[in-house]
Design a protein around this ligand. Sequence first.
Ligand code: ZN
Length: 281
Amino acid sequence: MPEGDTVWQAARRLHEALAGKALTRSDFRVPKYATVDLTGRRVLSTVPRGKHLLTRFEGGLTLHTHLRMEGAWKVYGTDERWRGGPGHQIRAVLGTADRTAVGYRLQVLELLRSTEEERVVGHLGPDLLGPDWDPERALANLFTDPARPLGEALLDQRNLAGIGNVYKSELCFLLGATPWLPVGALPADRAEKLPGLAHRLLESNRDRPVRQTTGLHRHDLFVYGRAPRPCLRCRTPVRVADQGDGSQDRPTYWCPTCQTGPAPAPGAPQRWRERYRRTPT
Ligand SMILES: [Zn+2]
């Protein structure tokens, strides 16, 4: 799953390539919109909302896309070769006189009236990288279900929008709590720091090509993707296990020494291991 900063960067790429220009090419390669042609319409903007992208066109139309696990928007110059994947993975092409944006493997692609955007993003909690960021509300949302494991509450975009699997593990490490600790059991001083910490992490990575949470010169991440290497603070081997509701399990990393709280027993099944080893985001 992409993190909010990845989506923010994609939105900026699309905005810089298309905004203010008229479309010279419009091609939606999904059955529902196969006959839609937006050629001639001016693109107004692309904005990120949590992990959703909203591309607005004149005439009150919005293209809503979501990258989910595999999706990507790439931007090419007129003579550039498209290298984002095989042709059958392309879901949308939006071209102007000098730039072409190509959407690969987009799991969500829908056109709607711009006045109806709330329908697709209205459920989101405060956006960590948005103008609506509201730390008090994010904290209140996180605590509406005190029994919920911290890691799951952080990933729930209705609480606060923008945290994916990488920041989930890193934030739990920085809070000194395992991802399985019930939110309500988080000590008050650490809970209060949570929204600010999450906001700083995403904000400081917004413009970085490589995600960095440690502030250390030689290591970008504290725990994510590092099992079974030693913890950067205490040298205990970092551990990994699934966390989720069974349908959407995510590999979750933690240090059993630096982080307090419940955790799966060592040797618990790790079905994800082969599947995720090569795609650690
Ligand atoms: Zn440690």
